[in-house]
Structure formats: structure tokens, C-alpha cells
Ligand binder design. Structure first.
Ligand code: SF4
Length: 336
């Protein structure tokens, strides 16, 4: 009761309209807490529990002690006799060595012939992840393995594949593919007969079967499975929109856009350089629209883990709002 408590620097407390969340950035997990506990942790970090009881009254002691037992059990706090200067806060400056965070490319007859050019550009710019989408059901097998060969020596760390269901490609086939290319971190098979997930034996890559058809501007469904809790995501979302920032999309016609759900075309991969398009202010217009300046999202406790693709629209007062309402209501803490 009389020792000073501190919240671990890697545990971030984020307040929403109806509830708060502790983001454990080291463990990549999160836990809900009531807003009153958020306020206590912000105001009393570096003070004693007795200090809180003195302020809130003896009648609230039992609840306060219960809160701190919960925090200790989850290792969100520790006790120390040292002062606050001994426990600096985490620097939230975000830096990425990649000029492209994610490249999404729809491999088609047109874009396949440009893959060598795109590969060279992407290698020079640096890219965190590439999503290869094969939407041409009839011809995809002509391009699929050759695409993997072209990018086999890429310095990009992770590949995500979207391919149509094909009864000739079974789990053994995908196992072999991921052993040959360790960069593949997930495979999505669309138009499948049943929805299921397989974990490939060797590399533990998830293989998702979806019954839905994949269309070029398929919305990215905003739900809790798209939430990401980690240090990089938390830091980037303090400054940027984590869906649009540094993303490039090349569609089946080789047109270059910021993302699949954007209408504006900024060039064609056939003749335009990705590097110069990336520098255009108009191309970057959503990059800095962080959730903190988007109406509703700014009151949402998920705002530093959410990767929603909904486009923001600028309002007159300097704030933004989502073009399409999110399924989550942070004022009621409920999903529609
Ligand atoms: S309200 Fe905004 S931050 Fe919250 S889940 Fe929806 S899109 Fe994400």
C-alpha cells in the first residue's frame, strides 16, 4: 500500500468513450479496463496505492485493491522506491526503412509482363510486405508459380497470397511452396466449397479457405480479427493512417492507386515509376489521417490497433469522418 507503483513502459493505456484498453506491446495482447481505472493509472503513476485510497475514500479501498491485484496478476505494473525519472516513457517516434509498407498487386495477363520491372523498383524502394492477388480464375495457374520465382530473392520479408480454389492444389502442394519460399506468411484460397483453416506442417503458415469470391475492391472487413497489437503498429498509428500509409496498389490493368478501395489512378506501372508517384502529395492525402483526428475513431479504444480500410472524408473543422460508418460503436462499446 505504501510503495510507489509504475505502469510498465510497454503497457499503453488507451481511453475510449465507454471503456479503456491496456495494450501490452511486448506480449502483443490487450486487456479491457474501466475508464475509472484508466484515470487512476494516468494520474497516480509513480504514487502509492494508499495515496489513491486517501483521495477516493476508505469506502472505495476494496475496489481499488482489487484493481491493483488484477494489474499485478497481468504484470501491467511493478513497485519501486525509485522516482519517476528512473522510468522514462517509451519514445513513440515512428521510423520505417521501407518506402512502401505494403504493395498489393493483382497479377493478370497485363501485370504479369511487368513483374520484372515492378520487382526491380520495389527492391530499390524497400517494401515491408507484398500481397499477390490472382483474380483471373481461368489463367491464374499460368502466372502463379512464375510470379513466386521472380520474387524468390526479394528483400521483402512477407508475402500474402490470394488464389482461386483449384482442386489440383492440395495441402501437400502448399506445404512444398512455403518450404521453397519462407516469405509466404499466409495463403487465402477464395471460392472454396467450405470455410476452413489449415496450418501447414513445416513453416506453420496458415492456409485460409474462404467461400466468398474475391473482387478487386473487396472491402476489408473491420472486425476484431483485423486488430494488430504491437510496438510498430502502435507507434505508426500515433502519426499515420495505418491502412493507407505508404501503401501501393497495382490493379489488373496495371493502374497505380493508393489502395484497392481508392478511385484515383496516379499512373500506370507500364510507364510510370513508383518512386515518383509515392512522392505526390495527392497520393499521400490519407497517409497522415490518423484515427485521433477522425470523428468517432478518436473516441475508440481500438484506434491504435485498428487497420480499417474505410476512407476518411475531410470536414470543415479540420477533423475527418469515415465515408462509411464502422460496425463498432465506441460510445456503447458494441458491435453492430
Ligand atoms: S471506430 Fe474507428 S478505430 Fe474504432 S474499430 Fe471502428 S474504424 Fe476502428
Amino acid at each position: 500500500m505504501n510503495k510507489k507503483f509504475y505502469v510498465f513502459a510497454s503497457c499503453m493505456i488507451v481511453k475510449g468513450a465507454a471503456q479503456s484498453i491496456i495494450y501490452d506491446l511486448q506480449r502483443k495482447s490487450y486487456e479491457y479496463i474501466p475508464n475509472v481505472l484508466h484515470d487512476i493509472l494516468i494520474e497516480y503513476n509513480g504514487k502509492t496505492i494508499q495515496h489513491i485510497v486517501d483521495d477516493y475514500g476508505e469506502e472505495n479501498k476494496e475496489v481499488i485493491v482489487e484493481y491493483f491485484e488484477y494489474l499485478l496478476q497481468h504484470e501491467f505494473i511493478f513497485f519501486s522506491d525509485f522516482g519517476t525519472e528512473s522510468f522514462p516513457k517509451m519514445d513513440l517516434t515512428w521510423y520505417s526503412p521501407f518506402q512502401i509498407s505494403t504493395l498489393i498487386i493483382d497479377v493478370s495477363e497485363k501485370t504479369f509482363s511487368l513483374l520484372e520491372k515492378i520487382y526491380n523498383e520495389v527492391e530499390a524502394l524497400g517494401c515491408g510486405a507484398i500481397s499477390f492477388r490472382f483474380l483471373e480464375v481461368k489463367n491464374y495457374s499460368l502466372y502463379f508459380e512464375k510470379t513466386m520465382q521472380i520474387f524468390a530473392k526479394s528483400r521483402c520479408r512477407s508475402f500474402e497470397l490470394f488464389i482461386p480454389f483449384d482442386s489440383t492444389k492440395n495441402v501437400e502442394y502448399f506445404n512444398k511452396l512455403t518450404i521453397q519460399n519462407n516469405r509466404i506468411y499466409s495463403i487465402h484460397v477464395y471460392d472454396a466449397h467450405e470455410r476452413k483453416v489449415e496450418i501447414l506442417d513445416e513453416i506453420k503458415t496458415p492456409l485460409f479457405y474462404h467461400t466468398e469470391t474475391l473482387v478487386a475492391n473487396s472491402p476489408h472487413v473491420s472486425n476484431m480479427s483485423n486488430f494488430l497489437v504491437n510496438k510498430d503498429m502502435f507507434m505508426e498509428s500515433q502519426h499515420h493512417n495505418t491502412f493507407f500509409n505508404r501503401k501501393i496498389y497495382i490493379n489488373q490493368e496495371a493502374e497505380i492507386k493508393n489502395a484497392p478501395n481508392c478511385e484515383e489512378v496516379f499512373g500506370n506501372a507500364n510507364q510510370d515509376a513508383l518512386e515518383s508517384i509515392l512522392k505526390e502529395a495527392e497520393f499521400q492525402k490519407y497517409w497522415n489521417v490518423k484515427k485521433d483526428i477522425i470523428l468517432v475513431c478518436k473516441d475508440c479504444e481500438y484506434r491504435y490497433m485498428c487497420t480499417s480500410d474505410k476512407k476518411p472524408l475531410k470536414k470543415e473543422n479540420g477533423l475527418w469522418e469515415l465515408e462509411e460508418k464502422c460496425a463498432y460503436n465506441p460510445y456503447e462499446a458494441e458491435w453492430a
